[in-house]
Write a protein that binds this ligand. Structure first.
Ligand code: ADP
Ligand code: X2W
Length: 285
């Protein structure tokens, strides 16, 4: 066992050097957030990364928790093109659940595990600024926002001081006094661009991008962003995977070096991706 650990450490060293002082944005949600053992592994990975000098930023989801709370008050969750239809009352619940419950729980767990987690929302210092989302076809999403500006100063300052920023994705309205609901993958992608991150990691509930979405043995380990449009056209990438892939493509096109869609069901998948030769999921570059 000790020999195995030593081997792992030797393999990890060049990777640790590679990521030292670099910014990594992790979108944390899905199974890895609901399963307690997986949650514990993610929290410890994030703390370890911070302790060895990686500038790590956590952007969290919480869709299932929001749906759970809505159900408790007798409200049904409605989704329009994969985004939650957000009326005024729903926006209040989104803000309470994401900024209050989920964010504070994560911050507390990070601190208990030896890190210095600090919770932020998109409202803090205008981190995420949004306008009401409008599609050309007139689709109404309620208080769902399109991010028009990111102010990463506070996050950068915190990273400089060794903190782990933990961001919930309620955004500040630029043109009005309301707040807006932002999909967490999208917020993570925009923040990664604003920080010019080395890597964006989107944790999800499948192995990554699959050539056949019904067969987990058909993982595409890496793909150039220029090859993505054809896969969408051919129907290989469909449904909930389209916006996720779009987030990765946009991030890489806007200066993030690599973006990963990877399996949140695998213990320590963040560490394996960053600090081993193995790599997991699909890397967009
Ligand atoms: N080529 C593909 N590879 C992997 N998953 C795909 C693909 N095309 C469509 N999908 C679907 O996308 C889903 C992931 O998107 P989604 O459920 O919205 O993720 P999350 O809940 O993590 O945000 C997969 O469960 C799968 O059904
Ligand atoms: C606009 C929109 O759909 N917002 C999401 C925000 C949370 C989220 O994205 O959480 P997951 O990553 O766990 O799905 C929602 O209300 O569910």
């Amino acid at each position: 066992m000790e020999k195995y650990r030593a081997q792992m450490l030797i393999e990890a060293l060049p990777h640790i050097q590679k990521y030292y002082g670099k910014t990594v944005v992790v979108k944390y949600g899905g199974n890895a957030m609901i399963n307690e053992d997986l949650k514990d592994a993610v929290i410890h990975d994030i703390v370890l990364l911070s302790l060895v000098g990686v500038r790590i930023v956590v952007v969290h989801g919480g869709g299932p928790e929001i749906s759970g709370m809505l159900k408790k008050i007798g409200k049904k969750s409605e989704f329009v093109k994969g985004l939650r239809y957000t009326d005024r009352e729903t926006m209040d619940i989104v803000q309470m659940v994401l900024c209050g419950k989920v964010n504070k729980e994560l911050v507390s767990l990070l601190n208990k595990a030896g890190g210095s987690g600090v919770g932020l929302s998109g409202m803090d210092d205008g981190l995420l600024q949004a306008v009401r989302k409008k599609d050309e076809d007139g689709t109404d999403y309620g208080y769902v926002g399109d991010i028009v500006k990111v102010n990463p100063k506070l996050v950068n300052d915190m990273l400089e001081d060794g903190y782990i920023p933990v961001v919930s994705t309620a955004a500040m309205g630029v043109d009005d006094d309301t707040s807006y609901n932002i999909n967490a993958d999208l917020a993570a992608s925009k923040l990664a661009v604003a920080l010019q991150a080395e890597k964006l990691i989107l944790l999800t509930d499948v192995r990554g991008l699959l050539r056949d979405r019904n067969d987990e043995n058909t993982l595409i380990p890496e793909i150039k962003v220029s090859a993505v449009p054809k896969l969408i056209k051919d129907g290989v990438i469909a449904g909930g995977m389209i916006p996720k892939v779009d987030c990765c493509v946009e991030a890489v096109r806007e200066g993030v070096r690599q973006a990963n869609i990877q399996d949140g069901r695998v213990e320590h998948s963040i560490l394996i991706e960053l600090f081993s030769d193995a790599g997991v999921g699909t890397m967009f570059y």
